[in-house]
Design a protein around this ligand. Structure first.
Ligand SMILES: [Fe+2]
Length: 159
């Protein structure tokens, strides 16, 4: 049965924004999973601070997943939920526990930049659809991912 949704955004625009949000969800899930894995597997003289930094970052991302998925539902679409669906939607590659700490930090920094690019696409799609709520959500997520990328750069001794 077709449900009528009358929130002032056309069905095709809601679908386009939801698709863009799904990519953000999948990227966020992939970076969450990798950050949590590196929290477990990181080694080296900075173990304690990296273990804690990764925990701060994956905890924030875990909470964000729910907000992003529920925005997709509010637009009248299903949120992707399977490993296969996420794998098809994200550009972020799986982590490698064998990497040394610098390799892990550097990879995560690049991954946050990937999420940032996906979020900028969402802002474009959201603005075209007149979906201020999704644009606002994307802006909040951009703030966080840019901050995480800075902290990882600083950990590497970079500006
Ligand atoms: Fe832990």
């Amino acid at each position: 049965m077709a449900t009528k949704i009358d929130t002032g955004i056309a069905a095709k625009d809601r679908a386009a924004v939801a698709q863009s949000l799904s990519k953000v969800l999948a990227d966020t899930y992939a970076v969450y999973q990798k950050t949590h894995g590196y929290h477990w597997n990181v080694r080296g003289p900075n173990f304690s601070s990296l273990h804690a930094l990764f925990m701060d970052q994956y905890t924030e991302q875990w909470q964000a997943l729910d907000v992003i998925a529920e925005r997709i539902r509010a637009l009248g679409q299903f949120a992707p939920q399977s490993a296969a669906a996420f794998g098809n939607l994200t550009a972020v590659k799986d982590g490698d526990p064998e990497k040394d700490w610098e390799g892990m930090v550097s990879e995560l920094k690049s991954d946050h930049e990937t999420v940032v690019a996906t979020l900028r696409d969402l802002i474009e799609v959201g603005e075209a659809a007149g979906d201020d709520v999704s644009v606002d959500l994307a802006t909040q997520r951009l703030t966080v991912h840019e901050k995480h990328a800075w902290m990882l750069r600083a950990t590497l001794g970079e500006k």
